[in-house]
Design a binder for this molecule. Structure first.
Ligand SMILES: Nc1nc2c(ncn2[C@@H]2O[C@H](COP(=O)(O)OP(=O)(O)OP(=O)(O)O)[C@@H](O)[C@H]2O)c(=O)[nH]1
Length: 374
């Protein structure tokens, strides 16, 4: 046995639309959390960039010590200068400066020597002092400048990359948004198509239950309508035109069609517009009305026959030279799937009794014989 091929499921347009909007949200979330690593390092006070601040502070201590030694005559001036040199030294003596700036080690050695000399209470000559302190101060200035340049470079790179990221986010968002709109549009379009197909099917189904010539229901519609009212007491009229063949023969089929339409309007009016009419085929109609007893049914049958009689529609082919007349058979029944065939047959027999008795009249079946199982 061949296995039934499984239909491959593809995501619908609505799902694709939702997926693209989710992708848009993820992209935005990612980009808003993105931070340039160097800038992160800078703001988190770690990494190389902070070195510039240490050099600045170190240089200030060394400049202060130089000023103290050259201009301060207080007895503790040398001690304070030593302390300032010591502070400047500790901020200067870091791995970054040692590794990256050649002037660092000689400067530190000079500061070491000066610190020892001052410890022995010896104040070097201003020329020597200038050499020992100015050289480290110049070195620190160079470091500061360099670190500042580096910071600018990083900032520039950050700005450029931020711009690139923004462009990416903008372009990506635009593409995803447009895709989302497209998918959504496709979903709406498919939905409309499905709606249209459903309406079309319903229209076809309604048409399948209509008689195209007269616009009233057909035989299938009568069956459907009876089944939609289970248990309800209904009256069924079967109506047949007398000598319609002769009418067609005398006036032609187009006039015959016109008569069929005219009679539908007449019957409808005669039944007060409350009955549902059907064309069973050829020149035979049916009418379905709500009635609790046989009396309203008999009144309906009589009204239909009288109305057509009263209209005095010419019938040039009538064998007895009369106008158009109808034969009607009626039955009252309780709407049930298994009772309808018997009811229909009883009304048909009543109709044929009218035909047999000379036409232009009506009869109502006295009672219907239901199948034994009912
Ligand atoms: N114009 C027209 N004629 C139709 C249509 N359908 C069926 N007929 C005709 O209706 C006629 C029915 O003829 P019969 O069944 O002999 O009935 P009748 O001539 O009315 O005879 P009785 O019922 O015995 O009085 C036939 O001549 C069909 O050709 C239709 O749609 N239009």
């Amino acid at each position: 046995m061949n296995p039934v091929p499984r239909r491959r499921r593809t995501p619908g347009w609505l799902w694709l639309g939702l997926m693209s909007f989710t992708a848009l949200m993820l992209l935005i979330a990612y980009e808003t959390r993105w931070v340039h690593p160097d800038i992160h390092a800078y703001f988190s006070q770690s990494g190389n960039l902070t070195g510039q601040q240490l050099a600045t502070r170190s240089r200030r201590y060394l400049e202060e010590s130089l000023g103290t030694l050259l201009e301060d005559d207080a007895p503790d001036a040398v001690e304070r200068a030593r302390f300032q040199i010591e502070l400047g030294y500790s901020l200067f003596d870091i791995g970054l400066y040692r590794n990256e700036y050649a002037c660092t080690l000689p400067s530190l050695r000079r500061l070491d020597g000066l610190y020892d000399t001052l410890g022995r209470d010896v104040v070097p000559s201003p020329a020597l002092l200038s050499q020992d302190l100015l050289q480290p101060i110049r070195c620190l200035t160079e470091i500061e400048m360099n670190q500042l340049d580096r910071r600018s470079e990083v900032t520039n790179r950050f700005v450029e990359e931020t711009r690139r990221h923004q462009t990416l986010v903008l372009a990506g968002s635009l593409v995803i948004y447009l895709l989302g709109l497209l998918f959504w549009g496709m979903h709406v379009y498919k939905h409309r198509m499905a709606d249209r197909a459903t309406r079309e099917s319903l229209r076809w189904m309604a048409q399948a239950l209509r008689d195209p010539l007269t616009g009233i229901g057909n035989r299938s519609a009568l069956h459907d309508d009876v089944l939609t009212e289970p248990g309800r007491s209904l009256g069924l009229l079967l109506i047949d035109i007398d000598y319609f063949k002769q009418y067609n023969d005398a006036l032609g089929h187009p006039d015959g069609d016109r008569l069929l339409r005219e009679l539908v309007a007449l019957i409808d009016r005669a039944l007060g517009g409350s009955a549902r009419l059907y064309r069973m085929g050829g020149d035979e109609f049916a009418a379905l009305l709500h009635c609790d007893g046989t009396q309203p049914l008999e009144q309906g049958c009589a009204a239909v026959v009288e109305a057509v009689r009263g209209a005095a529609l010419p019938h040039p082919g009538h064998p007895a030279g009369a106008h158009v007349t109808l034969s009607v058979g009626g039955v009252q029944f309780i709407a049930r799937r298994d009772a309808f065939a018997a009811a229909y047959s009883a009304a048909d027999q009543a109709l044929y009794r009218v035909k047999a008795e000379g036409r232009d009249g009506w009869q109502v079946a006295s009672g219907i014989t239901l199948p034994a199982s009912l």
